[in-house]
Design a protein around this ligand. Structure first.
Ligand SMILES: NC(=O)c1ccc[n+]([C@@H]2O[C@H](COP(=O)([O-])OP(=O)(O)OC[C@H]3O[C@@H](n4cnc5c(N)ncnc54)[C@H](OP(=O)(O)O)[C@@H]3O)[C@@H](O)[C@H]2O)c1
Length: 252
């Protein structure tokens, strides 16, 4: 029997795309989630909480590889990854593929600190491992505007640029990496265009048929300074194909 690939965070924005691609290649998939198995899912389901470790031994049992997309958004990512690594070691040391974020080593921000610490846990785990860093997803950038839909203006951080990438492009890369040999840190994956935050907010407004002023907001602090310096960008790795406008058009 072919062993399944475990997708942690398989219910999330990126994880769902990973699951879709594995299924399209007829690869057996095991989705990890804290929620009960929904009716009608075609895949194996591992109900598990990576924070407490409940269900973890069963989740990693007999898997060919793990694509680790689960995230607590900075409220325990390091511990969650440590729990996963320890369980994976006990389960025969499958290849662990981790999705991380471009710039976590130059932007000091609590969530990024947790991602960096998680990378270190994986590097020192003794497991066969691969780590891919990606830029901000289209959805996250769109949400920054969508969250302000009731305001008369849209605030955008002044001097910030983004290189938004499609979760489909990231999922393609993760599936390819999980199918290959463990590769350590691989080249970063960035979206096809580096764009000003204002410009992205305008594109969002056009897509929803709205026009309102965009107000640039100067953010203080070291993290904001690092964003203004482009620490979140990887123009030399603009290998993602999907553009922000294509993402917005598909949403509508
Ligand atoms: N968003 C971005 O712009 C971006 C950019 C680069 C890299 N990344 C990385 O990509 C990954 C996926 O991001 P995303 O935006 O797709 O995430 P998301 O939609 O917020 O999904 C988070 C996932 O984590 C799972 N999860 C959370 N806490 C858990 C716990 N204690 N135990 C088990 N599962 C838990 C959730 O599963 P249940 O709720 O079903 O339990 C959910 O499937 C993250 O590692 C993130 O750091 C994101």
């Amino acid at each position: 029997m072919v062993k399944p690939i475990l997708v942690t965070g398989g219910t999330g924005d990126l994880g769902r795309e990973v699951v879709r691609r594995l299924a399209a290649e007829s690869r057996p998939v095991r989705i990890m989630s804290r929620r009960p198995r929904p009716s009608g899912t075609a895949h194996e389901w591992a109900r598990c909480d990576l924070k407490t470790g409940d269900g973890l031994a069963d989740a990693v049992d007999g898997v060919a590889a793990i694509i680790h997309c689960a995230s607590t958004l900075g409220r325990g990512d390091e511990q969650v990854t440590r729990n996963l690594v320890e369980a994976a070691r006990r389960a025969g040391s499958p290849h662990l593929v981790y999705i991380s974020i471009v710039g976590i080593d130059v932007i000091r921000f609590f969530y990024y600190d947790e991602k960096l610490a998680s990378e270190k846990v994986i590097e020192e785990s003794g497991l066969p491992w691969t780590v891919l860093r990606a830029t901000q997803f289209h959805d996250l950038v769109a949400r920054a505007s969508a969250a302000q839909r009731r305001l008369p203006v849209t605030f955008m951080p002044s001097g910030f640029r983004f290189q938004p990438v499609s979760t489909g492009d990231v999922a393609d890369r993760l599936v390819a990496l999980a199918s290959g040999e463990p590769s350590g840190r691989v080249p970063d994956l960035g979206g096809p265009e580096v764009r000003d935050a204002r410009d992205l907010a305008q594109a969002y407004q056009r897509s929803v048929g709205r026009r309102k002023p965009i107000v640039s907001l100067w953010l203080p602090g070291k993290a904001a300074k690092a964003f203004r310096a482009g620490g979140n960008l990887t123009p030399e790795n603009a290998t993602g194909k999907g553009t922000f406008e294509e993402f917005l058009a598909a949403r509508v």
